[in-house]
Design a protein around this ligand. Structure first.
Ligand SMILES: C[S@@+](CC[C@H](N)C(=O)[O-])C[C@H]1O[C@@H](n2cnc3c(N)ncnc32)[C@H](O)[C@@H]1O
Length: 218
């Protein structure tokens, strides 16, 4: 584990590996830094690493989804990474129960000319998902309350179209936080659900704190 020099967060990626990757893509990390510094809030949900943001943009460029659902908006960095890569007509629906970071997120998307591709709802995911009946080509799970990864897994599968992609952040938490911690245990439960789901083809990649990619095959 290493500590990010810029914001005190902790990554599972080895320091020299991270430093090398970041040296190749300095613009992404400058953007991430600016977004953190530009937000007046003292506390907000930890945003994805620059590396993860690039993976999200790349995945969206590859699969060209028309509809993406993000669980956990915070100050809007991962939403920006998804929205900037959407094809024409593509839309991102992102939800968060905390209006304070979402206000920063909204300003960010306007600044980057992406607001018209993003629909943000301030709502608890436990309320939103059971009543939602839209179909999504991609779902990005990054909710701060980690027991909801497993708790909302069935709804995510229901809302994902066949062939759709589920992406989940922080899936190496069982190693980072320890299996005896509540968040480590919660993510371990989610990881097992994903790995043992017969209709999913999945992989857990050691990108930052762990990034799971799972395709719904049927
Ligand atoms: C890790 S942050 C999201 C970071 C964001 N995806 C990014 O990288 O830019 C997690 C967010 O989940 C939100 N959250 C936690 N519990 C929630 C719930 N029950 N319903 C909706 N949002 C929730 C928090 O308010 C927080 O902003």
């Amino acid at each position: 584990m290493i500590r990010y020099p810029d914001d005190g967060g902790i990554s599972m990626t080895d320091g020299s590996v991270l430093a090398y990757i970041e040296s190749l893509y300095p613009a992404e990390n400058r953007l991430r830094r600016q977004i953190i510094d530009g937000c007046p809030l003292e506390h907000f949900g930890h945003i994805v690493a620059g590396d993860t943001a690039r993976v999200l943009s790349l995945l969206v460029s590859l699969i060209r989804p028309q509809t993406v659902l993000e669980l956990g908006t915070s100050i809007g960095y991962s939403a920006l990474a998804i929205a900037r890569a959407l094809p024409a007509g593509g839309r991102l629906i992102t939800i968060d129960h905390d209006p304070r970071p979402v206000a920063c997120a909204t300003r960010l998307w306007v600044e980057h000319g992406l607001a018209d591709r993003i629909e943000c709802q301030i709502i608890d995911a436990r309320q939103y998902l059971p009543t939602c009946n839209r179909q999504f080509d991609m779902i990005f799970q990054d909710i701060g309350h980690k027991p909801l990864y497993a708790g909302l897994f069935g709804h995510c599968l229901r809302l994902l179209r066949a062939g759709g992609l589920l992406v989940a952040e922080d899936t190496l938490f069982p190693l980072k936080k320890g299996l005896d911690s509540p968040s480590g245990q919660a993510i371990h439960q989610f990881n097992r659900l994903v790995a043992e789901s017969p209709g999913l083809a999945s992989v857990l990649l050691p990108v930052d704190d762990g990034l799971t990619l799972a395709v719904k095959q049927w």
